[in-house]
Design a protein around this ligand. Sequence first.
Ligand code: GLY
Length: 351
Amino acid sequence: MKQEVVFTNDIEAVIERVCKASAYDKYFVLCDSNTYDCVLPRLLSPYIANAYVIVVGAGEEAKNIESLAHVWRELSANGATRHSLLFNIGGGMITDLGGMAAATFKRGIDFVNIPTTLLAAVDASVGGKTGINFAGLKNEVGVFAPAHWVVISTRFFDTLPQCEFLSGYAEMLKHGLIDGTKHYRDLLSYNVAAINTETLLPLLQYSVGIKQRIVEQDPQERGMRKILNLGHTVGHAIESHSHSHSCAVPHGYAVAWGLVCELLIAHRALSFPSAVIYDLAHFVERNYGAYAITCEDYDELMAFMQHDKKNFNDKINFSLLSDVGVCAINNQIDRKEIEISLDFFRDLFHL
Ligand code: GLY
C-alpha cells in the first residue's frame, strides 16, 4: 500500500483531512510521557482533543512487549474496532511501537504517524518498518506495515536539543550520499550550528523523498532497500559499544561515525573516492566530534558487527557505495579490512 507523506506546518488541517477521508468510528492517540506533556497541548485539533490518549514511558527501554500489550489492552478496553484510527505522536520509539500495535490489533487498523523528532521524520516514521525490542535484541519482533499517512512538520523541532537534531541530520547525510545529487553538497554546506526550521524544510522534504523512492521499489528489504543500512553496521556497533561502556551516544552520532568508517571500507573494497571521505570526516568531526576508540576496542566492535547482520564465516555483510550515488549491496568484507578502516578512522579523527 502506498504511504501518503504530507509536509505541513498546519497539522490540524491535515488531521481534519485524514479524519474525513474515511468513516472512522473512534480516534486514539499514542504518545510517550514527553510528547504527552510537550506536544499534545500544542496540537489544537478537535480530533486529537476528543481522542482516547494512550501514554507509555519515554525512551528506547519502553519499546517492549509490555508497552505493546498495554497499547493493545487500552485499545480493546476502550472500544477500538477495525474502523478506528490510531495517531502515533512522538519519536521513532512511538512510531515503531504504535505501528506494530495498529498493524496487529484486530489484524490491522489504520494509523497515522506524526513524528516529533527529526530522526523520526526522516527515517522511522516513513517506510513501514514497525517493531519492538525483544529478548535483549533491537527490533527483534515486528512487521512491515506502512502508516496510512505520515504528517511531517518542523513545528516541533524548535524545542529539540541540538544533539537530537544532529542525530536526525546524520540520516539525511546518509540519504544524500545514496542519492548522489547536489542535495548532498547542500547538506554539507548547511549551517547545522544555527538550524532554522524554514530552511531545513526543503532539505528534509528532499531527503524523505529519497527514502520513499527506495522503499517503493523494495518495501520489504529484499534487495536495494538494504542500502539504507549504509553507515549502520559500524554505527550500531559503536552505539552498542557506547552503551556497554556507560557513555551512551545518540543513534545518529553513531551513524555519522559509522558512515565515515563504511566509506573507508568502500574506498578499499570499491575505490570510493577519498576526497569525499575527507569532506565528510571534517563535517562530522566539526559537528559531532569523535568517538574515541583504540585497537583494544576492535574485538568488541567486531563482535557487535557479527551479531548485527547475517554474516558468513569471518566476513561481515555491508551495504556500501562505490561513489556518491552508486550503491552496492551485499559486500562480504573480511575482518582484517574492517580493522584497517578502523585504523584510518582513528587517524582521520586524530585518535
Ligand atoms: N531505517 C532503514 C529502513 O527503513 O530501511
